[in-house]
Design a protein around this ligand. Structure first.
Ligand SMILES: *Cc1c(COP(=O)(O)O)cnc(C)c1O
Length: 407
């Protein structure tokens, strides 16, 4: 059972808490400590020589040790992905390359209510190009009275923007509502009007199956500390489609670690990018930051891959949906259709409950609660995310009773 490969947070009596917060910070794989110890020992024993001596030939190729595992999870070729920087930094770096407003074609489209960091990044990029977000940022909203966005409305907005659209920047699974978007259709619609297409997969990676290469998006970014269990502040991941792998003309905010490895240490001033996604690295590979991710990725393969986990996830989340929908007064914002959601349910609970998160944690349930007065009662949204790598059907079955007691 893969659950045994994780450290489970426990209460004062040593009983495991029900941890439904893997959408925010995934649990620690037990193998993480061993990996970090190995890297610390190499540093102890070798100092700088640890770059080219030691396990797997030293740290110089550390990012390569993660490429196969990440590629399998996002549906890419290994050289289309790299773990580096962090999500928002990567979003900026890839917008430098792929958001190139020119002439009429200078708009960006994204979902309304996007994660704040993404909104900051997009607005900052528009300002950077001298463009006014009020005029050049198109945000697609749910229809009146609905909490999720219809795919038809997204496609229609892309078609309507047509040749004014420079970039479609869409999210895989919406962080707040838990909506899982039809990414293949969105990529096709964006490419059909001649726009670049980028995805933010923070809540999608390791949660739902992805086919980035076949969908044909230009780039994608994600963080590795949510469903991929890479640890707090772990470096992020990025994807650049193979059709851009050798394009040295794309503008980039370059750094030496993105320079071709073959002559990186010749210390010449000309920048020649490394083939593929690795060419968007900037600084020295963060060895100690990547250790837990390296240790945790093989668990996805052991589980049989994301498709197998997804099937287990649908069972868990459907059971949770069934239970939670029977609680009095609550409103589930996430779709009732498993195809339109990932592992997360977002549940609106009316009434002021400033202490709810702490009360639930004391009762044995770790999840996320955010006040958001949707109906004038001062209520808030509870996000519950069972992760099939370490959550069980028994835990899910206990949630409704626990919630009922606390509420
Ligand atoms: C978690 C999350 C982030 C976090 O970005 P960092 O740069 O890793 O801090 C950004 N965007 C979305 C959509 C997220 O869910």
């Amino acid at each position: 059972m893969l659950r045994d490969h994780f450290h489970l947070p426990r209460n004062a009596d040593g009983e495991p808490l029900i941890y439904l917060c893997g959408n925010s910070l995934g649990l620690q794989p037990k193998a993480a400590q061993q990996q970090l110890t190995e890297d610390l020992q190499s540093w102890q024993q070798r100092g700088v020589e640890g770059w080219w001596e030691g396990p797997d030939g030293g740290w110089l190729g550390y990012h390569r040790r993660l490429q196969d595992g990440l590629a399998a999870i996002v549906g890419a070729q290994p050289d289309e992905v790299v773990a580096t920087n962090a999500l928002t930094v990567n979003l900026h770096l890839l917008m430098v390359s792929f958001f190139r407003p020119a002439g009429r074609r200078c708009k960006v489209i994204m979902e309304s209510g996007a994660f704040p960091s993404d909104q900051h990044a997009v607005r900052a990029q528009l300002h950077f190009h001298g463009l006014d977000p009020d005029e050049h940022l198109i945000e697609v909203s749910p229809r009146e009275g609905e909490s999720t966005i219809a795919t038809a409305d997204i496609v229609a907005a892309i078609e309507e923007a047509g040749d004014t659209l420079a970039l479609v920047l869409w999210t895989g699974v919406q962080y707040y509502t838990g909506q899982y978007f039809a990414l293949g259709e969105i990529a096709a619609a964006g490419r059909a009007v001649g726009a670049r297409v980028g995805f933010d997969l923070a809540h999608a990676v390791g949660n739902v199956p992805l086919q980035l290469h076949n969908w044909g998006c230009d780039f994608a970014v994600w963080c590795n500390y949510k469903y991929l269990n890479g640890g707090p502040g772990a470096p992020g991941g990025l994807f650049v489609h193979a059709r851009h792998a050798e394009d040295e003309q794309l503008p980039r905010f370059a750094g030496w670690w993105g320079h071709r490895e073959s002559d990186r240490f010749a210390m010449k001033p000309d920048f020649r990018p490394e083939h593929g996604a690795a060419g968007w690295q900037v600084s020295t590979v963060p060895v100690l930051g990547l250790g837990p991710l390296l240790a945790g990725l093989p668990l996805f393969e052991r589980a049989g891959g994301v498709e197998v986990l997804r099937a287990q996830s649908i069972v868990l989340t459907s059971a949770l949906y069934e239970q939670v929908s029977q609680l009095p007064d609550v409103r589930i914002l996430t779709s009732a259709d498993p195809a339109q959601r990932g592992a997360q349910l977002s549940v609106y609970i009316p009434g002021e409950r400033p202490d709810l998160e702490r009360q639930l944690s004391r009762a044995g349930l770790v999840c996320d609660y955010r006040q958001d007065n949707l109906d004038g009662s001062g209520g808030g949204v509870l996000r519950l995310a069972p992760a099939p790598l370490y959550n069980t059907a028994d835990e899910v079955a206990a949630v409704a009773t626990l919630l009922e007691r606390v509420l």
